[in-house]
Design a protein around this ligand. Structure first.
Ligand SMILES: [Fe+2]
Length: 218
């Protein structure tokens, strides 16, 4: 086998040694790669422009794709009579209510204050969509070797993502409200934490657990 060639000024990494890790420059590796396509919230659409074919009354009886989840979340976001009775806020414990759950999809109402923070997490095998109905949320996208990306999502906007998505949601404005739809329904989720040495770890948690930061890292 031919020995790996070193890029000018870069070490040849042939094994995992502490000195190799320290010499890497991940910020340079990903420079320029964080674009809007990498950040679903930056492709958020106007809820009012969505003409939903998928609603709670017209579910296809199978798992939904991202576009269908966006339609479903948008359709529910447009039903204040359904949402308002469940709206409540707490700085100490994020308020959320299950609006629907079946074999293929689950839908949640989430209420936010600026103190509410999910921490970094993924949704295991589920795709999802978020429709903001009141206030503004901030979506954070985890980046390694550079600052994480923050995108504000105001009321009236919605975005979707696949099961590859890792994010953190916080309430930017007091009394913010959002509708979240997932397919297949959330069952397990991954929460991310830093170990004592700074190594990133994933902890599998139940969908019924309240997501909150395990460590304070950005
Ligand atoms: Fe999430």
């Amino acid at each position: 086998m031919t020995a790996p060639m070193a890029a000018p000024g870069r070490p040849v990494v042939t094994g995992v040694r502490p000195q190799d890790v320290q010499e890497c420059d991940p910020a340079a590796d990903i420079a320029g790669r964080v674009d809007d396509q990498s950040v679903p919230a930056r492709s958020a659409v106007d809820i009012a422009a969505i003409r939903p074919a998928v609603t709670l009354c017209y579910l296809p009886g199978r798992d939904l794709d991202q576009a269908e989840l966006l339609e479903l979340a948008a359709s529910i976001a447009g039903q204040p009579d359904l949402l308002e009775p469940h709206v409540a806020f707490s700085d100490d414990k994020r308020h959320y209510v299950s609006l629907h759950r079946d074999t293929h999809v689950d839908v949640w109402l989430l209420c936010w204050t600026p103190s509410n923070d999910t921490g970094w997490h993924d949704h295991d095998i589920s795709s999802g969509a978020v429709a903001v109905t009141r206030g503004t949320l901030t979506e954070h996208n985890l980046a390694i070797g550079t600052q994480s990306v923050r995108t504000d999502v105001p009321a009236g906007a919605a975005f979707s993502f696949g099961p590859d998505h890792i994010h953190r949601l916080t309430g930017r404005d007091p009394d913010s409200v959002s509708v979240h739809a997932y397919s297949p329904p959330l069952w397990r989720m991954g929460q991310y934490t830093l170990g004592p040495s700074g190594v990133l770890r994933r902890r599998s948690v139940s969908y019924a657990d309240e997501l909150r930061p395990l460590d304070d890292f950005a």
